[in-house]
Design a protein around this ligand. Structure first.
Ligand code: HEC
Length: 131
């Protein structure tokens, strides 16, 4: 049964929305990267993890057509793609299930992924935006 909309309920609602705004702010602050992504560390990681073994020289010459070209792709897309491989099949809504790439990213931290993404974006590549 719905209660009539009273002043008391209105003030309760105001409090609730205030709490929500505060929570949203806290989350927004928590999501801010603690550091700017470091593309040079991304290069170190890409080299030590042998990303070029499949994605090719400068991550721009895949050794086989089923390996995507990465160089120049937007960092936020690359970061999210890598996170999705980490989630894998454990997250049916957002995870990416490719077992090859899942294996590449398991040992990487959030920060590593951001650095890798910044490195990929910094590379000159053949990816183009067609208008
Ligand atoms: C053994 C081969 C192999 C290695 C090594 C490898 N990858 Fe991949 N990568 C693949 C394959 C295959 C795919 C396509 C997977 C799919 O269909 O989801 C892929 C996809 C990706 C994607 C998604 C691209 C897109 O457009 O959605 C990213 C990002 C990526 N790799 C980054 C990396 C990084 C960074 C490394 C090194 C840490 C790496 N890969 C190492 C084979 C490899």
């Amino acid at each position: 049964m719905n209660k009539p909309y009273t002043a008391e309920r209105a003030s309760l609602l105001k409090t609730a929305s205030g709490v929500c705004a505060a929570a949203a702010l806290t989350i927004a602050v928590a999501l801010q990267p603690a550091h700017a992504a470091d593309a040079s560390n991304g290069k170190v990681l890409a080299d030590s993890h042998n990303c070029a073994a499949c994605h090719g020289v400068n991550l721009n010459k895949p050794v086989s057509p089923e390996y995507p070209k990465l160089a120049g792709q937007h960092a936020d897309y690359i970061y999210w793609a890598l996170r999705q491989y980490q989630m894998g099949t454990g997250n049916p809504n957002f995870g990416r299930s490719n077992p090859i790439m899942q294996a590449q990213v398991q040992s990487l931290s959030e920060r590593d992924l951001k650095d890798l993404a910044a490195y990929v974006e910094s590379l000159k590549g053949d990816l183009v935006e067609k208008k």
